[in-house]
Ligand binder design. Sequence first.
Ligand code: FDA
Ligand code: NAP
Length: 440
Amino acid sequence: MSDREHETYDVVGIGFGPSNLSLAIALEEFRAKDAQNQINALFLERQLSFGWHRNMLLPSATMQISFLKDLVTFRNPTSSFSFIAYLHESGRLPQFVNNQDFFPTRQEFHQYLEWAQARVADRIAYDSKVTAIRLPPGADAERADRLRLEVADATGRTGRVVEARNVVISTGLVPSMPEGTERDERVWHSSEFLEKYHRADPGELRRVAVVGAGQSAAEITRFLYDELPHAEVWAVIPSYGYSVADDTPFANQIFDPGAVDDYYFGTDQTREAFWRYHRNTNYSVVDDEVIRALYRRAYDDEVRNVERLHFLNLSRVTGVKRVGAETRVSLQVGPDAEVRELDFDALICATGYQTMEPTGLLGELDRHCLRDEAGRYRVERDYRIVTDPELRCGIYLQGGTEHTHGLTSSLLSNIAVRSGEIADSIISRCAERAAEPALR
Ligand code: FDA
Ligand code: NAP
């Protein structure tokens, strides 16, 4: 089905985080099952090696989903790529079970992902940022059965060109900063936290502030308080206090594979209800254990008459400017929205993310992708963007489908099943395409 000399693939994945890793495994397992019907795949990743939110691999951070929601188990419980298979191979399965904990550390899960990606390494190209997806030169949308991808390395040099019958875009969430706030050496987004922290001189970090009331903010606040015993740590939180992430069993059902159908085929009111009632399973919320750890630290400080951990509640950052070596932060603080300016040695904006946005990558091709009345992509149940009927190539989304497929779109909960559905769709369309000449 493919022609490697000309770098043409049945499917090219753009971005190689957990979502496309899960897809690579689904395709690998299909390949192992069906030697006749081979699908040729390549995955392009801009990082130099595998990394899953590396800058937030804080020592005590744990996963927010059960280890059973790994890359494969919900699609294929007997897969050799499961977290349990990884533990077994690492010789830690009995010890893991003795822990009686569904939620491994993020560091251990990262090791699992690295182990899994090494087993499909021949299909991954690192240091490969996709800069554009186009129709091949001279082709028009009606006849083109391939898309052309331009790839650049870390130096920005564009060299490699790859063609694909299907692309699966999975480029992840986009960091979001408070309005009017630019990142620099002293103003960081949580997505770059550890890299920037390790570059700074800890002795110079005497007053630091963390903005936000989500999981990232709470984890970073705890980390800074523990790592910088000489420093004051200020938490700028927009709510009255951190709110707990609801992971109780009934609410957790919204992350079940079946909930995708309920969302996708539901009415507008159904979809609205998912968000209204269950946003607090994920956004602007914090795990109970981290909230209690922070409160305990603040209380212990009170007992010892130490003022090191400050909480500015009902507060938002409205601007930032540089004054000498200091970062001057404008804030609206407290119930009266008092305007204040405070100076910090570092400001960490754990202010969340925007959804995956493939428009820039699609460029000219975007006009062949259909949108709904709200201007969002129309997406089939199999995660394929609805395109002009004459465009024969598939453009699939892993991420960026909150409006059509629901809350799991940006999360790990459903990746095993979702990538299986995408693999099945690509495989069956490739088979139909292969059968076409015989039908004519
Ligand atoms: P992800 O963002 O992981 O990967 C996208 C990849 O695409 C990146 O490697 C990026 O470098 C690459 N890329 C981007 N543009 C590119 C281009 N043009 N060309 C080539 N490559 C490109 N969810 C959950 O369910 N449970 C959890 O425990 C957590 N924990 C968690 C911790 C932290 C700190 C964050 C910020 C988020 C989570 N999440 C989460 C949510 C998170 O979105 C999810 O864990 C996955 O990262 C989703 O995997 P993806 O592969 O879709 O995106
Ligand atoms: P988030 O949940 O979207 O939280 C962002 C926070 O920033 C919100 O409280 C938001 O308040 C606040 N904010 C935005 N602009 C602000 C401003 N100008 N001033 C003050 N506050 C402002 O983002 P996140 O914490 O990064 O979490 C994102 C995803 O990553 C979630 O899925 C989360 O579960 C996951 N995560 C997981 C782990 C883990 O697995 N251990 C760790 C970190 C993150 P408003 O709501 O009012 O806008």
